[in-house]
Design a protein around this ligand. Sequence first.
Ligand SMILES: C[S@@+](CC[C@H](N)C(=O)[O-])C[C@H]1O[C@@H](n2cnc3c(N)ncnc32)[C@H](O)[C@@H]1O
Length: 215
Amino acid sequence: MSELSSEELINGLKDGWGELNHPSLVTPFVGQDAKQKMQIQQKTEEIRAFLDVVLGLEHRGFVLETGLGRGGTHLLWRKLFERVISIEHDYHSVAAFLFALEEPRNSTILWGSSINPSTVHKIETILAGQPLDVLFIDGNHDYEFVKQDFINYSPMVREGGIIAFHDTVSEHGPECFVDELRTGEGVERACQIVDIHSDDGPGISYYVVKGEGSP
Ligand SMILES: C[S@@+](CC[C@H](N)C(=O)[O-])C[C@H]1O[C@@H](n2cnc3c(N)ncnc32)[C@H](O)[C@@H]1O
């Protein structure tokens, strides 16, 4: 696992990929092409701030990301976690990523919809009773999908682990669901949501999972 700082991790990503020439690292998603390059769909300031949070975890075993996209964030997680699992329902994205990935190392890519019970079962099988340290929800951004990803995978996150949502400014679904977690509406209890929102970024919101007895 890397002991690099968030700054070094981001810079390493830029150096490694000529495609990432936009200063914000937010790249357009321009169709499904087998030649597509790995790219990251994150705003630099936001993902850097979130990396700092992740780097503060005392243990970084498993991370689960719903929505591989072009794989940029998956590659960041690879430097930080013992094992990285991303779920992606688009076949071409999965194929292109696996084609470009030189070494599978600690990567697992599941092709399928994150809301399918069979996908949930596969994740349980991979984890074999071990908890997730981080859950990063960034698949389908419709409210029902965001909520279902949360329902499916949040119970797998350990106490002290992190549950994060991407696009909590730019997309109504994640924004709306995170607001429900914030207020406690329709969920067991309210969560102490932290927002990482830069000026024109899509937004990341997260909370640290607390045990049942904690305030
Ligand atoms: C915003 S992109 C992910 C970006 C990536 N996490 C990153 O940080 O670069 C969302 C991805 O989720 C995928 N997706 C949408 N619905 C999904 C579902 N139900 N299950 C799995 N993946 C899904 C889309 O095909 C798309 O590639």
